[in-house]
Design a protein around this ligand. Sequence first.
Ligand code: AMP
Length: 290
Amino acid sequence: MPDPIAIATTRDGLRAICATLRDGGHSLALVPTMGALHAGHLALVAEARRRADRVIVSVFVNPTQFAPHEDFDRYPRRLDADATMLAEAGADLVYAPDAASIYPPGDSTQVHVSGVSEPFEGSFRPHFFGGVASVVARLLIHAAPDVAVFGEKDFQQLAVIRRMTLDLGLPVAIVGAPTVREEDGLALSSRNAYLDPAQRAVAAILPATMLAMRDALRRGADAGEAEATARAALIAAGFGPVDYCSAARADTLEPVLTGAVAPGDFGNTRLLFAAWLGSTRLIDNCGLDG
Ligand code: AMP
């Protein structure tokens, strides 16, 4: 059994421990999460350990990225289990800030990233990326890591964070790590816990449909037709509504609405999916070249 991991619950506490972690010139990596950790998060921790000497994992269910009707209240919270997993994974510190460390009383500062945050998630969850950018900017400023690791599972989020980091000149390298999946292809997600067994069985149809769309596009299918086929397959399987199941330029997130994708563009094309299964919303994505 590894020793229990240190947990900082305030911004000042974090800064004091970060100074100690940096003693001797050690580099720091940060892995931001909302907790309820699974193997996808632990893969980010492993990547962080490859990139830096010391690893901090933040656990904060960020209220500003949830709309009032969304699942902030029922989002799973299990800090003790998370801390045990992180100790075993070789992380050095958990930052589980109290709300006032992130949003001091009277807080009036939001970070808004335009462009890349507007389509897809941005149009279905208009509050979302403002909340994400506002919390990630604060976490990066508090921990001042050399490297921060994010999952490609949230591909548009990664693009928004890269844009924000560039624009604000934050001195941190942003690293994306591949999506970790269940054996049947379902991307690991803390929200998978909401699925009942019947829904869980159906859930794997989402990545299967995405891969079928990828294969069709690689064979030269029209993007609009491939999207319609994918949407119909998801609806037939019991998903609904399907928020999007589209091809997009990987760098700008600009949707590819019609026409075949040229083989030379496969590397810069991403398929982005979001669909509801009962009261659970699943998202996924993949490249056209992988
Ligand atoms: P969350 O706790 O869901 O906000 O996610 C925290 C970080 O873990 C984000 O960078 C996510 O993209 C990443 N992540 C979530 N699920 C996975 C997964 N299945 N594979 C890889 N990274 C993931």
